[in-house]
Design a protein around this ligand. Structure first.
Ligand SMILES: Cc1cc2nc3c(=O)[nH]c(=O)nc-3n(C[C@H](O)[C@H](O)[C@H](O)COP(=O)(O)OP(=O)(O)OC[C@H]3O[C@@H](n4cnc5c(N)ncnc54)[C@H](O)[C@@H]3O)c2cc1C
Length: 538
């Protein structure tokens, strides 16, 4: 009997203990295997230390506190002077400090701002995935920071100045010029009121006196507004252009970036997402005038990868909580985990997460090797939007089902499941919503190397994809095609990282004989279910 379980009126029993003080790496077999299969096996000890730290009761409490105490915007001071500053809870700052110390914002870059050697992508991804299980809001600025360096590569002189500050693993939340700080973070502003997908319709203007540029306009979503600088798109004389807009000007005064209000969001509450106006804000050009989309796309590929990773992390925490609870909760004299239908539900979910984990880590390997291997580059180009589409859209329903496994306990805030559930949809919406991801896959398919990736997948899995020409008329069928592409790539990745029983079950129940849309309908034999559940939590 747990201490404190005996009250005056009753005794508390048949409740699972809190899911905390867990090694988020060692307890997660699919993760450890996927890391090994994609070249990161040598770091298992360090990843396990990270997993123990992030799975501690202390870190989980920080995640809760950062979301219970949402950031607050201070537009003006008491005397009416502009402040445009956002105040965060100390728990948010602690999480930022921990993640930056671990390199989640930069460990895939070398000191000169080029891509760090393999398996830097896989190792960062493993850490990012574990951190996402604890708190995802603070990962937004870290995702943007690490991805921004890819776009800044278009302006080597600027990159050389910024990279050392970014790469420094020191979190400095003070509100002053970045060159006076020990470390810095970067944000991104593309979305305007009239459109986020259609950035070509941006109305923010950029004029130049021959030296810097001056921006006038707005952004409808600008997350992490306390970042030290932002990559933004604006209309320059030569067309839509990418700029780096700092919070402070070289003379030490604040740049004309006016925070209007913070969004009142469904989830992602620890993270501030602002609406902002630029009133002649100074900025430096990144890449050529008119090359804005091409330049910022270098960044967007990486943030899309992180969306998939974060969603997989949310799914993992939800499933681990469900399995943990069902092992300890008895109904009608039998642990829930031994009730045949609950077993079928949990094992079916576990199989989806196996596929998601294997796929996203395989994709990280492609990012690790793409610079030297055109085939891997083509894999990354094609599978990034497909992976983001499939994993991010699967997460909300998956987490809801995990919540139901905990019954009423899962519906209350202390269980963490409501926070995971509210958090999930944002990864599908931002950085290219579902349809936009499918359109991007159709675009990528027009490339010969990308079409070869599909041909190889088809050969290896032995199942044909519906079609793949990429004509406009295919848009109606694009979701069907992209969903199947992601499943086939997951099956291929599972064959390389997981036991044959797992990849075989995935191929049979997801590709050969697809079952109903709801969990628990796949026909898995008893042995396979046992293995899958054991692999979720040993
Ligand atoms: C919490 C949060 C934080 C964010 N932070 C940032 C940020 O820091 N910086 C930033 O720039 N943006 C940010 N965004 C904005 C986000 O990236 C946009 O909301 C997103 O890109 C979609 O743009 P939109 O909202 O204008 O929707 P729209 O572009 O109007 O799209 C609406 C829907 O139409 C679909 N659609 C679009 N085109 C087509 C088509 N041709 N065929 C079929 N369907 C189509 C889309 O898939 C989507 O479902 C954030 C959003 C959220 C929710």
């Amino acid at each position: 009997m747990a201490a404190g379980s005996r009250f005056d009126t009753h005794t508390v029993f048949n409740q699972s203990p809190a899911f905390e003080n867990v090694d988020l790496f060692a307890s997660d077999m699919p993760l450890a295997e996927a890391v090994r299969a994609n070249g990161g096996g040598g770091e298992a000890g360090a990843l396990s230390a990270f997993g123990r730290h992030w799975g501690s009761a202390e870190m989980l409490a920080l995640g809760r506190q950062a979301n219970e105490n949402a950031p607050r915007l201070h537009t003006f001071d008491a005397k009416g002077f502009r402040r445009d500053a956002v105040e965060f809870h100390p728990a948010y700052h602690r999480l930022m400090g921990e993640s930056i110390a671990a390199g989640l914002h930069a460990s895939t870059w070398t000191d000169s701002g080029s891509h760090a050697p393999a398996p830097s992508e896989v190792l960062r991804a493993a850490r990012f995935y574990m951190a996402a299980q604890v708190e995802t809001g603070h990962l937004c600025p870290l995702t943007m920071t690490r991805a921004a360096l890819a776009a800044l590569a278009a302006e080597p002189a600027l990159l050389a100045k910024i990279a050392p500050k970014v790469l420094n693993r020191s979190y400095d939340p003070t509100f002053r010029a970045w060159w006076q700080k020990s470390g810095m973070t970067l944000g991104m502003g593309m979305t305007e009121k009239q459109g986020g997908t259609d950035v070509r319709a941006n109305t923010t203007t950029a004029t130049t006196d021959g030296e810097g540029y001056s921006l006038v306009g707005h952004k409808w979503f600008l997350s992490a507004p306390m970042s030290d600088a932002f990559l933004v798109l604006a209309q320059a004389p030569g067309g839509l252009t990418c700029f780096l807009l700092p919070r402070f000007l070289p003379d030490g005064s604040t740049n004309a970036l006016r925070l209007q209000r913070l969004k009142d969001k469904l989830g992602n509450r620890s993270n501030a997402s602002s609406e902002v106006e630029f009133a002649d804000a100074s900025a430096w050009r990144v890449g050529g005038e008119g090359a804005g989309i091409r330049t910022i796309l270098q960044m967007v590929q990486l943030t899309r990868l992180d969306c998939a990773l974060a969603s997989a992390g949310l799914m993992r925490m939800a499933l681990a909580q469900a399995v943990h609870h069902c092992r300890r909760r008895t109904v009608s004299g039998k642990p829930l985990i031994d009730q045949p239908m609950m077993r079928a539900v949990l094992a079916d979910m576990a199989l989806d997460l196996e596929g998601a984990m294997a796929l996203v880590m395989r994709l990280c390997r492609a990012f690790d090797r793409g610079a030297d291997d055109p085939r891997e580059a083509a894999y990354a180009r094609l599978l990034t939007p497909a992976t983001k589409y499939w994993i991010c859209k699967a997460a909300p329903a998956f987490i809801y089902e995990a919540m139901e496994c905990l019954g009423g306990n899962g519906y209350v805030e202390e269980s963490m499941l409501p926070r995971l559930y509210r958090e999930a949809p944002v990864n599908a919406i931002w950085e290219g919503s579902g349809n936009v991801m499918c359109l991007d896959v159709l675009r990528a398919l027009k490339g010969e190397p990308e079409a070869d990736v599909v041909a190889e997948l088809t050969r290896e899995i032995g199942i044909a994809l519906p079609r793949s020409a990429g004509a406009d008329t295919d848009e109606v069928h694009a979701r069907h095609f992209v969903g199947k592409l992601a499943l086939m790539a997951s099956a291929q990745a599972l064959k390389a990282s997981a036991p044959e029983v797992v990849s075989g079950a995935f191929i049979r129940t997801r590709l050969m004989h697809p079952h109903g849309a709801l969990y628990g309908a796949a026909t898995l034999d008893a042995q396979t279910m046992q293995l899958l559940l054991q692999r979720v939590l040993p």
